[in-house]
Each structure stands twice: as structure tokens, then as C-alpha cells.
Write a protein that binds this ligand. Sequence first.
Ligand code: ATP
Ligand code: MG
Length: 228
Amino acid sequence: MPALIAIRGLRKIYQMGDENVHALAGVNLDFNQGEFVAILGPSGSGKSTLMHILGFMDTPTEGSIVFEGQEVSGLSADRRAWYRSNRVGFVFQSFNLLPRLTVLENVALPLLYREDSKPEANEAAAKIALERVGMSHRLDHRPSQLSGGERQRVAIARAIVGAPAIIFADEPTGNLDVKNISRILELLASLIKEGITVVLVTHDLAVADHAHRIISMREGAVQEDRQR
Ligand SMILES: Nc1ncnc2c1ncn2[C@@H]1O[C@H](COP(=O)(O)OP(=O)(O)OP(=O)(O)O)[C@@H](O)[C@H]1O
Ligand SMILES: [Mg+2]
């Protein structure tokens, strides 16, 4: 089976005045459907930069990304938005829920950008996603009225509402206690069983221990990539 994502020679250079920051210095990686991958590496090694590019939130300076058979490294902003709302989900350490919207509205939000978007269908899909993460009892709450663990479950509901092929999670457990961490890990494991691919960045070795594959990054490159 061809890789879900095939990355070749990926570079990201940030220009800071006279200095070039090589955040990604030639990354080659394949991600396959249903994999649970953890990415480790010291601060500044390029983990978030890689997640943002693969999550269609940023573009590379150089290199190729073939996503589900299509070259996507040079897409227009419109096409990237399409991928964000249809093919990938993103979970952040700081949840990134919109404070003025309710839980239900936050989760339905990615569907608003779809061409066939319909309010009733979006709401129904958001309710199903919230049920998945055990948050059906908080539909009308605002994010500030939730605990950290609950906010992250809502963020996961938002990431899965569009039935993505892959979820990128950048330190999703970084702000959570042990009990909530294990709840989030259980949730991610249940997504993988359904064939969704999960790529998770973490500094927590106990969290990485749940993954089937561990990639270590260093100075913008893959230092180690091992199956377990
Ligand atoms: N928008 C930006 N402009 C300039 N430099 C940037 C930008 N974003 C990241 N960098 C630089 O690129 C490098 C990689 O950053 P990145 O955020 O990907 O690291 P990281 O591995 O996610 O680190 P952490 O574990 O601290 O989150 C760092 O040297 C950082 O300073
Ligand atoms: Mg980071």
C-alpha cells in the first residue's frame, strides 16, 4: 500500500534579518494509514514546524510532500484550507478553542469551511464527535467553563469531526495531569483502531511509550526512526 504521506527532502528556512534559521534541514519520512507515531526531540529541533507544514498550516521552503497520492507542497491557500477541513485534524497543547463559541460551535467550526456545509448536518456531526470523547453533557458550555482535560477532549472532537485521515497532535498532553493524560491516550488509541493515523509530538516518554513507532528529531532532521 502506498504511504498516506511521503515526505522527501523537506526544508523550512526562516529568514530572521541576516540570519537563516534551518528549522527543517531535509526530512524524509513516510507515514502509513493506522500508524500511531510519536515524535520526540529537544526544544527547537523542528517538531512543531513539521506538524504545522503537514497540517497545512504552513508551507515548506523546499521539498516534496505527497499526501494520499497528491503533491501538496506548493498548494494555494484555498487548497490548503480544503485539506485542513477535510483530510487532517490538529490538536494543540493549549487547546486553541475559541472562547466566545460554545463547545458545540467550536466542534462544528471546521465543517463551516466545507462547500456542502449545512448548519443542521454540521451540528449533528459535532454532537456525534462530542459523544465519542465523552463530552455530550457540556454542549452549551464555553471553553472557560471546562477543565483542562475536558477542553482537550473537545479539541479532539473538533479534530475528528471532519473524518480526517490523520490527526496531528502537538504536545496534546503537555498541560494535563496523569489521569487526563491516560484518558486522552485511550481516546487516541481508539481512533487508531478505526484506521485514523495519529502523529503525536511529546516530551513525555511515558506518552511516547504508547506509540507503535518513535521518531527522534534533532536540529531539523530525523535522527532515529524505530518501530516497536
Ligand atoms: N515563525 C518562526 N520564525 C523564525 N524562526 C522560527 C519560527 N518558528 C520556529 N522557528 C525556529 O525554528 C526552529 C524549530 O522550531 P520548532 O517550533 O519547530 O521546534 P520544536 O521542536 O517544536 O520545539 P519545542 O519542543 O520547544 O516546541 C527553532 O530554532 C525556532 O526558533
Ligand atoms: Mg514545538
